[in-house]
Design a protein around this ligand. Structure first.
Ligand SMILES: [Fe+2]
Length: 107
């Protein structure tokens, strides 16, 4: 189970600000990640073909939820999108460097 503190438990007296909502979405994302991990582990731990198929299908639905939540988070917190994009760019640079090294080794 996610171990993040949930600051929204019992909050029924007011609506969240967008910043509070962004934090809630981060907690929701953690829940999706945990669900993906658990469904995948359970599917791998059984030889029951139907269970494997159902669990893998649910796992993949959770991945779609991740995409929805990440997109919502980036909408709510545009700074977060900039940071995600920056991180993705760094990984792409590393991939390109490794690709160049691989090509040099093949020569
Ligand atoms: Fe989900």
């Amino acid at each position: 189970m996610p171990s993040f503190a949930n600051p929204f438990v019992g909050n029924v007296n007011r609506k969240m600000t967008d910043q509070e909502l962004a934090n809630a979405i981060r907690l929701d994302i953690a829940g999706e990640l945990e669900a993906i991990y658990l469904y995948d582990a359970h599917a791998a731990a059984t030889d029951n073909e139907l269970a494997k198929k159902v669990l893998a299908d649910i796992r993949d639905e959770e991945k779609q939820h991740m995409g929805e939540l990440l997109t919502l988070l980036m909408h709510l917190d545009p700074t977060e999108k900039e940071l995600f994009d920056h991180g993705a760019g760094e990984v792409r640079e590393m991939m390109e460097e490794l690709e160049k090294i691989g090509k040099k080794k093949k020569k």
